[in-house]
Write a protein that binds this ligand. Structure first.
Ligand SMILES: Nc1ncnc2c1ncn2[C@@H]1O[C@H](COP(=O)(O)OP(=O)(O)O)[C@@H](O)[C@H]1O
Ligand SMILES: CC(=O)OP(=O)(O)O
Ligand SMILES: [Mg+2]
Length: 372
């Protein structure tokens, strides 16, 4: 079955046609402004052979959509209702879904959710210490995101580290434009750094990550910024961009830091400080750490970030081999000689994960229809 995978991220639109042997071909729209993707889709449909199904990445499935789901108009409406919870993403993914349904009206479209994998967080990890009526009324809790990438990375990390003995306790670091960590115990997600929205946790390209909620209220009541301004600042002008003079791309931050730019040096240090602290928190949730996995654009391509984080995590048995670390930008083991914990790099393959989920769901539906 040839599955077209549509992955609308905060900065890119990734289109991939994946066949049964997991060979993928396709294109990225990079950077994508969220405009009509019909032309890109039509060009891909022209260039590739037949398409049997279409799989879509959505960041938010809410409380109910925790498994891959065939999209009809009712499912589309449920996904659309979650848009305010993921303002950078959900509307863009819906635009891509609508364009794909128009371009490919005769195939099944399957929605796969970033929130599915972290739907198994422990009660202690998913619960905010907020008033009970609020939590009940609005289902205020940690959902977690990037689950499609974390699930793939945890599985691949287990394979890569297989020779290294125990691999039950894995921390996956998805470091892209958005960034989050996931604590994975025996293949199940038990803790993560993103929460009710995609703003919580690590420092990201343009998102703040965690800040004091009192600070946000102070901006509203004492500094007289309105909610839209605050959201704009936290989503688009914070993170690396807020610290390094508007630069949200880690490549630029690394270059400016190498040229001794003090703002870029601070941006890097804040990024790594939060990353190392987050990994330690995930390890605490797991009762220890067997495998540390880096994935996403920064995780795969910034050995400086991996080395600096690993240097802070020696107390957990983490160490990276400098040569292997410098040379690795695809699936590979970069564990140092005296390490007790294995460290690996995994290429983010949301495309293969979504294609697999799509194939599996459609095969199960076909099998159940064939049953008398
Ligand atoms: N060679 C590199 N060195 C450092 N960072 C990189 C490199 N290549 C890409 N990146 C970073 O990866 C990020 C994009 O990661 P990716 O996972 O593709 O993004 P998205 O979150 O949009 O899916 C960019 O913000 C960029 O800073
Ligand atoms: C969940 C999220 O932040 O996604 P991305 O990294 O693709 O922006
Ligand atoms: Mg991404």
């Amino acid at each position: 079955m040839a599955v077209l995978v549509v992955n609308a991220g905060s900065s890119t639109l990734k289109l991939r046609l994946v066949d049964d042997a997991d060979t993928a071909e396709g294109a990225d729209v990079d950077p994508w402004d969220g405009g009509d993707p019909t032309a890109a889709l039509e060009a891909l449909c022209r260039d590739v052979g037949s398409i049997d199904a279409c799989g879509h990445r959505f960041v938010h499935g809410g409380a109910d959509l925790t498994a891959p789901t065939v999209v009809d108009n009712a499912v589309r409406d449920r996904i659309a209702a979650l848009a305010p919870r993921a303002p950078l993403h959900q509307a863009r993914s819906l635009a891509a879904l609508d364009a794909a349904r128009r371009a490919l009206p005769d195939v099944d479209h399957v929605a796969c959710f970033d929130t599915a994998f972290p739907s198994t967080l422990t009660p202690a990890a998913r619960t905010y210490a907020l008033p009970e009526p609020w939590r009940r009324r609005w289902d205020l809790r940690r959902f977690g995101f990037h689950g499609i990438s974390h699930r793939w990375a945890a599985r691949r990390a287990g394979d890569l580290a297989a020779a290294g003995g125990d691999k039950r306790r894995v921390v996956t670091c998805h470091l892209g434009a958005g960034a989050s960590l996931c604590a994975v115990l025996n293949g199940r997600s038990v803790d993560t750094t993103m929460g009710f929205t995609l703003l919580e946790g690590l420092v990201m390209a343009t998102r703040s990550g965690s800040v004091d909620p009192g600070l946000v209220l102070w901006l509203l009541t004492d500094a007289h910024l309105d909610a839209a301004k605050i959201l704009e600042g936290l989503e688009h002008h914070s993170g690396l961009a807020g610290l390094a003079g508007g630069i949200g791309d880690m490549r630029d931050v690394l270059a400016a830091r190498a040229a001794r730019d003090p703002a870029a040096a601070l941006a890097f240090d804040v990024y790594v400080h939060r990353l190392a602290a987050g990994v330690a928190a995930m390890a605490a949730a797991l009762g220890g750490l067997d495998v540390l996995a880096f994935t996403g654009g920064v995780g795969e391509h910034a050995p400086e970030v991996r080395a600096a984080a690993a240097a802070r995590l020696g107390f957990l048995g983490v160490a990276v081999d400098p040569d292997a670390n410098a040379a690795t930008s695809a699936d590979g083991d970069i564990t140092g000689r005296d390490a007790r914990t294995r460290t690996v790099v995994v290429s983010a393959r949301e495309d293969l994960e979504v294609a697999g989920e799509t194939r599996e769901l459609l095969a199960a539906i076909k099998a159940s229809e064939a049953r008398p």
